[in-house]
Design a protein around this ligand. Structure first.
Ligand code: UDP
Length: 237
């Protein structure tokens, strides 16, 4: 298989790590994710990642339960650090040298986010996991993924999720929902399709960062996407 990209960023939702559990990290699931990513790394592709935290804590949930939103978001960001450390551990078990860089400084557990150092890791063949989102409340890890992808000069951002791509309406609710193979950023924004949050989509649009959304649970989907087999939905200008 020949990769179509030299440097990529993969966004994994926190929920992707929890499998069929209601909470937390399922060992089989994180092992599966690491295996899938290791295949891509073995092709010589420079792999960076952003992981969400929804399997542990979401700021919005905390604030709707009465917490101060910024404090709840800080908790959400810490949840992404837990996931990033778990992903790093699983990747290393599959022979992928990995570094975690956190947007919130915690030197004892992760490197601080330093853009040029992250690029150097990638050039040396280390996979880099970006933890703690953007480091700011009121943002999501989707936005963090778009931001880091651009900072890394990644050629594309892959959003590996639990649906096989973008639909014109929620396929879980509407049986006549139709699958969309290619769509522009503007159409996603205008139709308010829930691919990523609006901030993430507009940031990608402003900088022309191609996005591809596909189902992580389909074995071989990440390597397939990297080799340009057209899996999922492509979003571009
Ligand atoms: N978060 C934040 N700033 C960021 C990224 C994330 O405050 O830049 C917080 C926010 O509370 C969010 C939580 O971290 O709910 C977990 O991230 P997200 O919901 O994006 O995770 P996912 O849905 O991908 O699992």
């Amino acid at each position: 298989m020949r990769p179509e990209f030299e440097r990529i960023l993969i966004k994994l939702s926190g929920e992707a790590l929890m499998g069929d559990q209601g909470f937390g990290i399922k060992p089989e699931m994180i092992n599966y994710v690491a295996e899938e990513i290791a295949q891509v790394h073995a092709l010589g592709v420079q792999v960076s990642m952003v992981v969400g935290g929804g399997n542990i804590f979401r700021g919005v949930a905390g604030s709707s339960a009465g917490m101060d939103r910024a404090s709840a978001d800080n908790m959400g960001m810490l949840a992404t650090v837990i996931n990033s450390l778990a992903l790093c551990d699983a990747l290393e078990k599959h022979g992928v040298p990995t570094r975690v860089q956190s947007a919130i400084v915690m030197n004892q557990v992760a490197e601080p986010f330093i853009r040029r150092r992250a690029i150097r890791h990638l050039e040396k063949g280390r996979a880099v996991v970006f933890a703690a989102g953007t480091g700011n409340p009121y943002f999501t890890t989707d936005t963090a993924a778009v931001l880091r992808a651009q900072e890394m000069n990644a050629q594309i951002l892959f959003k590996a999720t639990k649906v096989d791509g973008v639909y014109d309406k929620d396929p879980a609710l509407y049986r006549d929902a139709s699958f969309i193979k290619k769509i522009s950023y503007m159409e996603v924004l205008e139709q308010q399709l829930h691919v990523m949050d609006m901030t993430a989509i507009s940031l990608a649009m402003d900088n022309n960062l191609p996005l591809q959304v596909f189902d992580l649970n389909q074995r071989g989907s990440i390597i397939g996407a990297v080799c340009g087999n057209g899996v999922g939905t492509r979003i571009y200008s």
